[in-house]
Structures are given as C-alpha cells and as structure tokens.
Design a protein around this ligand. Structure first.
Ligand code: FES
Length: 224
C-alpha cells in the first residue's frame, strides 16, 4: 500500500510530501504502520531513496493519551485507533493537525490548549458540589484527552484568537459544576472565550475519540 506523508523538517521550513511502500500487516493501526516504516536502519521512500525517520508522537497506544492525533485520509483521528484494514482508499495520506504549529513532520505544538486553561484559571481546585452536580455528565466531560481533534475540525477555532473551542468548554463545565465558588467567574470566562463565538457546527462531537457530549456541557453552562 502506498503511504503519503506530509513532512517538514522544522517550524518555518517548507512542508513536502514523501511516499512510502507499506507491506506490513493489515491489522496494524496507523501508529503501528508508522513504527513499521521507521523500524529499519535504512529508511527509504517509495523510489528506494534514503530518507530520515518519520517524526510522530505517541504514548499510550490505546486511545487514552491523545498524543497521536493526526489527519488520516482527510479525517482527524487518533493514529492508534485507526486501522489499515478499515481504510477503503488505495492510498493512505497522513498529515499533521493543521490548526497547530508543526514542530517536526507529524508532531505539532498543542500547548495552547493547556495555556488557555492556565491563563483563565479554569481548573477545579477545591471540590464544592453545586446545585446541578451531575456526576454522569461530569464523568463524560472529564474524558477529554486534549488531543486537539475537536479544534482541527472547528470552523471557528484559530490559534491565538479569543475563541478557545470545545475542549475548553468541557473544562469550563467541569470546573463550574465541581466548585460552586468559581461558577460565576467561569460563567463569564466561558461566555467570553466560547459562548459568544460558537456557531454550533458541532463537528467537534463528530470527531471526538471519547464521544464527549459537548452540546450538553454547552446547554448546562448556557442555562447558568
Ligand atoms: S498513543 Fe495515546 S491516544 Fe494514541
């Protein structure tokens, strides 16, 4: 199978496509495929030309750390949860998330997701249950991996701008519902960095690997 990868040596350098031949197991995930391509002393492209190892990120390899978020055949997905056997196209195209700065090949800088939370003080702190202490939804919202897939598909998210996206909205809901003394402050922050700008495409919910019902977080915060 032909695998086409969008590479870039370092931030600020021009990206370029490089193709590889994959003859490994169909049961491999895309994470396994990248490992397979890298697992040689001499890495060669599809024409047999020597090249460098493909840079990409992973940690858990079981869909719980979010590090391997990539765009695979046009769909933002986790590489460790996407399998070669399920890809219908003849070619596999892999590119890094486009909404973030590329550091090297498929590795991007997603620190803005955490920086936005730090900058606005959106964290739970002391547990003080509030009136709508909905444990089932809190558990769902707490599954966010901060992988960035929701931001990749969001038509309104641009890094460095005022709108912080779905991952932020879910954390606002968690912090406001678990710490009632912060709820009012977080309500204002949520409005300024999410509520006023979300156009409800809800594409974030289509790609979320943890299937977080962000619409319910929004409804609960909007009601406040
Ligand atoms: S490596 Fe952790 S989610 Fe894929």
């Amino acid at each position: 199978m032909r695998v086409k990868i969008l590479r870039r040596q370092s931030p600020g350098t021009a990206p370029y496509w490089e193709s590889f031949e994959y003859d490994g197991p169909k049961n491999n995930s895309i994470a396994g495929l990248l490992d397979y391509l890298n697992y040689h002393d001499d890495i060669v492209d599809i024409e047999g030309k020597r090249t460098t190892r493909i840079g990409w990120e992973c940690s858990c390899l079981q869909g719980i750390c979010g590090a391997c978020a990539l765009v695979i055949n046009g769909k933002p997905s986790l590489a460790c949860e996407t399998f070669v056997r399920d890809i219908k196209e003849k070619e596999i195209e892999i590119r890094p998330l486009q909404k973030f700065m590329t550091i090297h090949d498929l590795v991007v800088d997603r620190s803005s997701i955490h920086e936005n939370l730090k900058q606005t003080n959106v964290f739970i702190g002391e547990y003080q249950p509030s009136a709508d202490d909905d444990h089932a939804h809190q558990y769902a919202a707490s599954k966010c991996l901060k992988c960035g897939l929701c931001l990749e598909v969001c038509p309104n998210y641009v890094i460095g701008k005022t709108f912080f996206g779905a991952a932020f909205a879910n954390d606002c809901y968690l912090a406001a519902s678990r710490n009632k003394s912060k709820a009012e402050m977080i309500g204002t922050i949520y409005a300024d960095h999410f509520g006023k700008y979300c156009s409800k495409s809800l594409s974030c919910m289509d790609v979320c690997p943890m299937k977080i019902p962000t619409l319910a977080s929004m409804a609960k915060l909007n009601r406040r």
